[in-house]
Design a protein around this ligand. Structure first.
Ligand SMILES: [Zn+2]
Length: 463
């Protein structure tokens, strides 16, 4: 089959320029590089499939378009220095190595090191240097004297220790540029995790899950489920360094369409569906992620420790010890204490009607004590088996008007809808994002193969 990559490139490029303009309108304070005649480069197709020998079953084309206006680093420049003008040594801090060890090797006098250490305390303490991090020593070509020591704590910044006369220390934040990209994929495998294994950044996958978690059951992804995403990609010196905001998400699950649109103004920030309803509900389904129900709410349950019928007024979620326990809704801590049966437990009040309680914690999260406000999704403690428990789990209890009920049978209050006055603005954004999402193509297997082969070639030429 003949590939039509050119057509795709054109489509995506037009698409991108449009959405970028639209997004800029909404985020005036954000600076994007808008390329007028950028070299649209189709840069990546990712695969995820089964780990066995079966053929590749799903594709995750990352339809990124590198912008022509992105800064292209000059080959001979690093950390702002023209490296050709110096004798440079680049390495990583070794285990147990101190700045003084490195600088002594480069003939810096101990008195000078001492002076530098003192000077650095308020800017970037040399004791914060960590093994495995990159550094560079720059020496004067004529005098052979070390003039600079540069340390890179993260891709986002570096620290320049000026070893000359005055010994200055400065932290330089690297410029982050952002552009907008799209991803799409068709799932032919039920192995959702395979997505992250095969290239889609974990960040992006978890953001999609966050945006759509209330409508799509990500534990039961089906063959032929599809998704499309519009998101910000961050760059430093032309290299991808992470994902920014997920702006729009589409998921087709069991043949049903789900959308989530990111919207922000003075009153709201979050994801909304086609009808401007928050995609987030007032209560999380469960207080732990990736856990299974080991015992349901049951008025006639045989107690495994007490060996008799005793109503189980909670829902048990089995999870490894130390798994974070999340507040299922915004609220205030009313109890964080310990009893013989409950072990360490936390109780939250959410409003006049609802309270929730979390038992058998290994320990409380930092700062969790009566009177403290918590947000939905905030970690309040960690799974354990304190009190009457046979193994690590959280017993989740749900109180309505002072009585314990089964939250899974409760018709819980819907989230607050967006007020009328914001609807128009939201609708405008939604219409644009939806149109753009709908136009993102799914790549064919052949197209993905071609892009993959091209990437391989590129890697050979430019490893
Ligand atoms: Zn229980």
């Amino acid at each position: 089959m003949k590939l039509n990559l050119e057509r795709l490139k054109r489509q995506l490029y037009t698409y991108k320029a449009k959405i970028q303009t639209q997004y800029n309108k909404l985020n005036k304070q954000k600076v994007f590089t808008i390329a007028g005649v950028g070299a649209a480069l189709f840069s990546g197709a990712l695969y995820f499939g089964l780990s066995d020998s079966s053929k590749i079953t799903a594709s995750l084309p990352e339809t990124s378009i590198e912008m022509g206006a992105l800064p292209i680093p000059e080959v001979d420049k690093k950390y702002g220095f023209v490296t050709d003008n110096y004798l440079t040594t680049e390495d990583q801090i070794k285990n147990g190595e101190f700045l003084s060890d490195i600088l002594t090797r480069h003939d810096v006098a101990y008195t000078n090191i001492d002076k530098l250490v003192k000077k650095a305390t308020d800017v970037f303490d040399v004791r914060k240097l960590r093994a495995g991090k990159k550094y560079m020593v720059l020496k004067n070509k004529d005098t052979q004297k070390a003039e600079y020591f540069v340390y890179e704590p993260s891709v986002y910044q570096y620290v320049v220790y000026d070893l000359r006369d005055d010994m200055n220390v400065s932290i330089i934040d690297r410029e982050i540029t952002t552009d907008i990209q799209t991803s799409s994929g068709v799932i032919n495998s039920s192995l959702w995790n395979a997505m992250t294994d095969n290239g889609m950044s974990y960040d992006l996958a978890s953001r999609m899950e966050e945006a759509l978690a209330w409508s799509v059951d990500f534990y039961h992804i089906q063959k032929d489920d599809k998704f499309k995403l519009i998101y910000e990609q961050n760059y430093i010196e032309g290299k991808k360094v992470g994902v920014g905001k997920l702006l729009g998400a589409y998921f087709n699950h069991y043949g049903n369409d789900y959308y989530a649109f990111y919207f922000k103004n003075n009153n709201h920030e979050g994801y909304y569906d086609l009808e401007a309803r928050p995609t987030k509900k007032a209560f999380l389904k469960a207080p732990v992620k990736y856990a299974r129900i080991s015992s349901s709410f049951n008025l006639r349950r045989f107690h495994p420790v007490l060996k008799r019928i005793k109503p189980h007024l909670g829902t048990d979620y089995a999870a490894p010890r130390g798994t974070p326990i999340l507040a299922v809704a915004d609220g205030v801590v009313t109890k964080a204490s310990r009893t013989r049966g409950n072990g360490n437990f936390v109780k939250l009040r959410h409003d006049k009607v609802y309270e929730t309680q979390y038992l058998h914690m290994n320990r409380f999260a930092k700062g969790i004590k009566p009177g403290v406000r918590v947000n939905q999704g905030q970690v309040i403690g960690y799974v354990g088996s304190t009190g009457l428990a046979t193994g690590p789990h959280v017993c989740y209890r749900f109180w309505k008007n002072g009585r314990q009920v089964d939250p899974r049978r409760e018709k819980l209050p819907p989230p607050e809808p967006m007020p009328e006055k914001d609807i128009e603005k939201f609708n405008e954004l939604r219409n644009n994002l939806k149109k753009e999402l709908d136009e993102i193509p799914y790549l064919t297997v052949e197209e993905i193969e071609a892009i993959k082969a091209q990437k391989k070639e590129e890697a050979k030429v430019n490893p």
